[in-house]
Design a protein around this ligand. Structure first.
Ligand SMILES: C[S@@+](CC[C@H](N)C(=O)[O-])C[C@H]1O[C@@H](n2cnc3c(N)ncnc32)[C@H](O)[C@@H]1O
Ligand SMILES: [Zn+2]
Length: 172
């Protein structure tokens, strides 16, 4: 049985409380399992940059155009915006139970802990602070700061939001 067939039985895709559709554990998943391969088109860094800018502009215009590009190595990225890439349906969480890893030239979504049947699979989208207001987070985790921002930037964002609330209070 190939990896793709094997991973198929590990998850279901259905409506998510976080956003639209998401990926859920069909069975108990052990820590460090290769849950699903993040497949897509292999593109150069130059093309990746062009598509990244284009999709961000689309997102700003109409709220669509999510970016599905992952770093594969120093020369190439993977654009996962292809219908056969089911891993693109995984939502972000500020307390993720999975993470993307490059393994033997492929990108895999790997479990960080034991995941119980029915739990939603998530990873940290790793977004930078820039334009954080455009990415409100509804992951529901205790660690959530309300916006999709990568772990090491959350402290800084908390401080920015605190100052913002203080300023708003003074205005009233
Ligand atoms: C790669 S898609 C994930 C699949 C998406 N739920 C769907 O059904 O198409 C990325 C988009 O999902 C939404 N999303 C993912 N995680 C989210 C979260 N924690 N909070 C709010 N929206 C989220 C955002 O709109 C994001 O641009
Ligand atoms: Zn969150």
């Amino acid at each position: 049985m190939g990896n793709k067939e094997q991973s198929r039985v590990m998850y279901d895709i259905r409506e998510s409380g976080i956003h639209n559709r998401g990926m859920f554990a069909r069975e108990r998943i052990k820590k460090n399992s290769l849950v699903v391969e993040y497949i897509g088109e292999k593109i150069s860094k130059k093309e990746s940059e062009r598509r990244g800018i284009e999709r961000m502009e689309e997102a700003r215009r109409d709220g669509g155009g999510a970016v599905y590009i992952f770093e594969l190595n120093k020369r190439f990225d993977i654009d996962g915006n292809v219908p056969e890439n089911e891993a693109r349906l995984i939502n972000h969480s500020c307390s993720p139970n999975c993470e993307p890893r490059v393994i033997n030239g492929q990108i895999w979504i790997v479990s960080l802990e034991v995941i119980e049947t029915g739990d939603e699979l998530t990873y940290d989208y790793g977004y930078d602070l820039e334009h954080f207001l455009e990415h409100p987070c509804r992951c529901g985790s205790k660690k959530c700061v309300g916006y999709i921002v990568r772990t090491d930037k959350r402290g800084k964002l908390k401080r920015i939001l605190k100052q913002h609330r203080k300023r708003e209070k003074k205005k009233r």
